[in-house]
Write a protein that binds this ligand. Structure first.
Ligand code: PMP
Ligand code: GLN
Length: 398
């Protein structure tokens, strides 16, 4: 499809157009469409193929029956804001005021959108790691700000501290981190988090941290950057119920931030969605209060599935980089003779009945060469589905 008439410069900057000037769709939509067309196992878009805890699903049903079906408060229902505050205290010893420092959003995506739109403008810079979750570049582009990136390189996908220092300056308005990280499943170590805080302080930048995979850490726990000394007062912490409770389609997210920052973000958020998901908010509140056994079980199951899929990828002749967290394993397909991961991913559904996504979709066009042979596979799928996917992957050796 070509574009009828001129598009705004910000839409162009936001990469909403592809290289040929056509309307682009997200990599997840593209690969899910191909998976559906070919009846392939979808290891592309990250969503689980099992329902989450019955307590959460039952609470949503009950809320609908109880008539919780009209607009909730724009900032979110008190029961969920209180549950988020209790969750931050229970897991991280972080004190946040549920009335002034917690906001419910339409997924982490809206929290990111409202935050970036509220805080940045043309001329500002936003620093992220690269690869990055695709909506970051689009949102930064929409504000007209400049997106600067710091590479995370295989095999361990850790940032180089000098490169991080060089990327941050007085023009930096936001340092946006994603910890644990999509797509690589890496976790920022304490020294890197400390450096982010120091740089944000030195250059008076806001730290925005996307922690949607906070409960999917395989060894040890998650350490929110807001727990570091000097961070809390300049940090917006974003998360979502989607991954933690297998409810990606509910789009219930939230952010916590110091009250003045939260007010600025709320001013934008009220004109994006105003509010969403009234009966789902109390259900996610129930989820956040589930016993430790639920959260432990979640990571144990996912760790097993990570190992299963990594074995399948290795058996198929690729080199998997074992993630420390999240839903995804990145594998290098160079050993299969692949030189263009996007082309390779376009061919997979029809060739072997598997969908995956190329890392080239998570970097700026000029950085594609750095990740040209890397492919992301989701393992948030049932064991039997992963076993079948592994069997299909073996066909790559034919
Ligand atoms: N951030 C990251 C890093 C993600 O991977 C995702 C989606 N998987 C989101 C944000 C979006 O979360 P939500 O569906 O809650 O909007
Ligand atoms: N966050 C999901 C992933 O990384 C995709 C969400 C979407 O389809 N936009 O797979």
């Amino acid at each position: 499809m070509t574009i009828p008439g001129p598009w705004s410069r910000s839409a162009r900057a936001a990469l909403l157009l592809d290289d040929s000037g056509a309307l682009s769709q997200t990599i997840f939509a593209e690969m899910t469409m191909l998976a559906t067309e070919h009846g392939a196992i979808n290891l592309g878009q990250g969503y689980p193929d099992e329902d989450g805890p019955s307590e959460v699903l039952d609470a949503a049903r009950q809320a609908i029956l109880d008539g919780v079906n009209q607009y909730p408060p724009g900032v979110g229902q008190p029961v969920l804001r209180e549950a988020v505050a209790a969750h931050q205290r229970r897991f991280y010893d972080l004190e946040v005021d549920p009335e002034r420092e917690v906001m419910v959003t339409a997924g982490a995506t809206e929290a990111l959108a409202a935050t970036i739109l509220a805080l940045t403008e043309a001329g500002d810079e936003v620093v992220t790691f690269s690869p990055f979750y695709d909506s970051y570049a689009a949102l930064i582009g929409l504000t007209g700000a400049r997106h600067r990136t710091v590479p995370l390189r295989a095999p361990d996908f850790r940032p180089d501290h000098d490169e991080l220092r060089a990327a941050v300056s007085d023009r930096t308005r936001i340092i946006l981190i994603n910890d644990p990280h999509n797509p690589t499943g890496s976790i920022l170590d304490r020294e890197t988090l400390q450096l982010v805080v120091e740089l944000a302080q030195r250059h008076d930048a806001v730290i925005v941290t996307d922690e949607v995979y906070e409960h999917l850490v395989f060894d040890g726990g998650h350490r929110p950057i807001a727990t570091l000394s000097g961070a809390r007062e300049r940090t917006v912490t974003i998360s979502s119920g989607g991954k933690t409770f297998n409810t990606t389609g509910w789009k219930v997210g939230w952010l916590t931030a110091p009250a003045p920052l939260l007010q600025a973000i709320l001013a934008v958020k009220q004109y994006l969605t105003y509010a969403n998901a009234a009966p789902l908010q109390p259900a996610i509140a129930v989820g956040l209060g589930l016993p430790d056994s639920y959260f432990l079980g979640l990571t144990q199951t996912l760790r097993r599935r990570r190992d299963l899929l990594a074995q399948g990828l290795a058996a198929a002749g690729m080199q998997p980089f074992l993630p420390r967290a999240g839903y995804f394993v990145v594998a290098d397909a160079a050993s299969l003779g692949v030189s263009d991961a996007h082309e390779f991913c376009r061919s997979l559904p029809s060739r072997i009945g598997i969908a995956a996504v190329p890392l080239t979709a998570f970097v700026h066009p000029e950085d594609r060469a750095e990740v040209a042979t890397l492919v992301r596979f989701a393992f948030c799928k049932r064991d039997d589905v992963i076993a079948e996917a592994s069997a299909r992957l073996l066909r790559l050796r034919d």
